[in-house]
Ligand binder design. Structure first.
Ligand code: GLN
Length: 454
């Protein structure tokens, strides 16, 4: 049914870069047979899933939205994909995204943008707009995203889906095509909070192949979602972050945010205001740290090892000139912009002023979180300052595009988990998201609060 739905609507939505028809049907048939024989299966066995194209899948294209990886077929599965396959989830295909996960709209994809199913003239968010659009358009009941600065949560907010960025180290990064290794985290994109909890428990937990993977079991997420769904939050302290509201936020987004706060109060939670003064510098620090790490991670795309190889049209064919020709042709403008920013920020003479200062700000943000979590059990804000904007509206203005991430970036800089849960429609009739943040390794709190709001 989902493959039929993809065939019917994906011409308009363009959520998928690759549809994995035969393999998905084979997995579904195999799960049916095992179930018929009375085998006890995972609760999500047979439930199809879409996977963001930055996650490597054995035998299936994995381009990360870039021309430079066109034609590359990975010889192995990411750990999270192994876990999906192991539990019997048919993989429907790979979803569209901004090139190497750089962007907030999918307009930086080398394969054309995706569309927001609520209004096809609008962006579905980014970088994981394809995963969110697939779930919102009923092309997939579940999807995998990755979130380095908001790429699961912001698409969730603007498409009316649930998106979770787990605690850093909570889901293995083995087999993710790295953007910024100290910030990247994979997580669920779904239609309900309970679905996210089931998926998060399946893909999460320790993996010896990722040196930053947390060597402890996850907290009980499904149980927390079920508890939250009962609607009793008494004893819970909810901190509204002063710096993540007000100026720059669309009035309709703020109105829905305040209604959600009232719902939390009615459920017995105590709402307090907390101040995180260093959050004002989060965006600036992020756009130094991310390009610095990305410039290093993307150095491996040299025309020798993966995908595209372009030889210079004239002059000698040296390794250096093949690299230059390949990277010149294979990378899009936003990727080049960030490589230039990153190498500049890391260069001798500027390192302390830019990269060093940004790392100090990162520490201050971590301290703000630590202090705020002594006053509140969870922190909340609108997920994104506005609803989905029009395709093309911010494409020529990188700063305006970057500003979409003001509310989501602090969590990545501190490694704490975050969830965006749909909280109604803004005055323009488009979905908005409510962001919940919890201390590291306390992802269960997201599910308790998210399920209570649903
Ligand atoms: N929009 C942010 C950026 O462009 C977030 C990216 C992400 O989370 N992958 O960097």
């Amino acid at each position: 049914a989902h493959l039929d739905r993809i065939a019917a609507v994906d011409g308009d939505v363009h959520a998928f870069l690759h549809v994995n028809t035969d393999d998905a049907l084979a997995t579904a048939a195999e799960v049916d047979a095992r179930r018929a024989s009375g085998e006890e299966l995972h609760p999500l066995a047979g439930v199809p899933i879409a996977v963001k194209d930055v996650v490597v899948t054995k035998g299936m294209p994995s381009t990360a939205g870039s021309k430079i990886l066109e034609g590359w077929i990975p010889p192995y599965d990411a750990t999270l994909v192994e876990r999906l396959r192991g539990a019997g989830l048919p993989i429907l295909g790979k979803t569209n995204m901004d090139e190497f996960a750089m962007g907030s709209s999918t307009e930086h994809s080398a394969y054309g943008n995706s569309h927001n199913p609520w209004d096809l003239d609008r962006i579905p968010g980014g970088s994981g707009g394809g995963s969110a659009a697939a779930v919102a358009a009923f092309e997939a009941p579940l999807a995998i995203g990755t979130d380095t600065g908001g790429s699961i949560r912001q698409p969730g907010a603007v498409t009316g889906t649930v998106g979770v960025k787990p605690t850093y180290g909570g889901v293995s990064r083995y087999g993710l095509i790295a953007l910024a290794s100290s910030l990247d985290q994979a997580g669920p994109v779904t239609r309900t909070v309970l679905d996210s909890a089931l998926l998060h428990e399946l893909i999460g937990g320790h993996d010896p192949r990722d040196s930053t993977s947390i060597p402890e079991p996850l907290p009980p997420l499904v149980a927390a979602a079920r508890q939250g769904a009962l609607g009793d939050l008494s004893g819970l302290r909810v901190g509204v972050v002063t710096q993540l509201q007000g100026e720059g936020y669309q009035p309709g987004v703020l109105a829905r945010f305040h209604e959600s706060l009232e719902l939390l109060t009615k459920a017995g939670a105590e709402v307090v205001e907390v101040s995180c003064p260093s959050f004002d510098y989060a965006l600036a620090a992020y756009y130094l740290i991310l390009p610095a790490e990305a410039s290093s991670n993307l150095a491996k795309f040299d025309g020798m090892r993966f995908g595209l190889r372009v030889e210079p049209t004239e002059g000698p064919v040296t390794a250096e000139r093949v690299m230059a020709a390949t990277r010149g042709a294979g990378f899009g403008d936003e990727v080049k912009r960030r490589i230039i920013l990153g190498t500049y920020a890391l260069s001798a003479g500027y390192y302390d002023a830019y990269y060093g200062s940004a790392q100090k700000v990162r520490t201050l943000i971590q301290r703000d979180f630590a202090a705020a979590f002594t006053q509140a059990d969870v922190l909340v804000s609108p997920t994104a300052p506005t609803t989905a904007f029009k395709l093309g509206e911010k494409l020529d203005d990188p700063l305006a595009m970057y500003l979409n991430d003001v509310a989501t970036i602090p969590a990545n800089l501190a490694g704490v988990p975050g969830m965006s849960v749909p909280n109604g429609l803004s005055d323009d009739g488009l979905p908005t998201g409510f962001q919940i943040l919890a201390p590291a390794k306390a992802d269960d709190r997201l599910y308790r609060v998210g399920a209570a709001l649903e």
